[in-house]
Design a protein around this ligand. Structure first.
Ligand code: AVJ
Length: 316
């Protein structure tokens, strides 16, 4: 086997996922440069309500969120997967008006995202004390002054991509990095009329389809494969009984695809599924349970006026 395949997590995960039964591809690989642009198109669709809901919460309720925080001495605001900062900026503005000094530490895997965020935030909030970090969430944390109280931010509903056991494991990692009295604000999508959720994930423009198909484009480009995109379709379904949106690629015929880089052939049956993403929807009750499983208490749920989405404030 070529050494590149041993040190390339994408190559390893694709090999694992496409030889498994049932097949899967991890949703974190959606976000190469093209995938990130397609995700911005998704966020701009009126059917994809979470973005607008969280924007409403943070633009209207940031002063109320600030009021729930007990910090009276300088503290850190540490944001995981910060994106472009357009939503966070409202919260930071409320903290600046509140007057207790803080350092804003956004962490993202993408240098491009950090550069855009830094420019946006400096323009909107001149004089803010900001120390952006690029890289892995937990590696970045090791360089931070942990003596100060901290507010952790995990916005956008990204926790919904994790199965329950994985979500608890991630939250326990957050918990280990926090001191008693530190807080976590988590964006979480709520269960609602199933049609509303179905429309947000199975849009008629085909944007979510191309978001998923981009995984195949990435395999072709990065693993030198010969996948014919016309031979695959996209399918997704929302199950209101367990709150899960599951997304899939579907092989439209019995076929095989070859990766020259991996020197491997992958076999697909007609109508075989490749699971690509879980987007979990919560109830206020399941949020309390999840928080408790990871050692947190829920302080308050800040919801939009439709009660579609919550920024859930937790304390250690
Ligand atoms: C970025 C993980 C919050 O699950 O709603 C959007 C990604 N997938 N449409 C979500 C996504 C399909 C999104 N998150």
């Amino acid at each position: 086997m070529k050494t590149t395949t041993l040190t390339n997590p994408f190559a390893e995960d694709v090999t694992k996922g496409l030889t498994a039964s049932p097949k899967f591809l991890p949703s974190k690989y959606f976000y190469d440069d093209r995938g990130s642009r397609i995700f911005m198109e998704i966020m701009a669709m009126p059917e994809y309500y979470p973005t607008g809901c969280e924007f409403e919460i943070l633009s209207q309720q940031s002063p109320a969120i600030v009021n729930e925080l007990p910090f009276t001495a300088p503290f850190n605001i540490i944001e995981f997967g910060c994106g472009d900062g357009m939503k966070t900026k409202h919260l930071l503005k409320a903290f600046m008006e509140h007057g207790v000094p803080f350092t804003y530490i956004p962490i993202d895997i993408s240098q491009e995202a950090i550069d855009v965020l830094e420019a946006n935030i400096n323009l909107a909030l001149p004089g803010i004390d900001m120390q952006p970090q690029t890289g892995d969430y937990f590696e970045a944390l090791t360089g931070i002054d942990s003596g100060k109280p901290a507010l952790f931010l995990f916005l956008g509903g990204n926790i919904g991509n994790y199965k329950d056991a994985e979500a608890i494991a991630l939250l326990e990692k957050f918990h280990t990095q926090m001191k008693a009295g530190d807080m976590l604000l988590m964006g979480m999508d709520l269960q609602k009329n199933p049609r509303v959720i179905q429309k947000a994930y199975d849009d008629s423009y085909g944007v979510t389809k191309s978001f998923n198909m981009n995984l195949l484009t990435r395999i072709n480009r990065e693993l030198d494969a010969d996948i014919n995109l016309d031979q695959f379709d996209f399918y997704c379904d929302y199950n209101p009984q367990n709150g899960e949106v599951n997304s899939y690629l579907v092989s439209l015929k019995k076929q095989h695809v070859h990766s020259a880089l991996l020197n491997t052939t992958f076999y697909f049956e007609k109508d075989e599924l490749v699971w690509t993403e879980l987007s979990k929807k919560y109830t206020l009750e399941s949020i309390t349970t999840l928080a408790g499983s990871a050692g947190f208490n829920v302080v308050h749920n800040f919801m939009d006026c439709m009660h579609y989405f919550t920024d859930s404030l937790w304390i250690k």
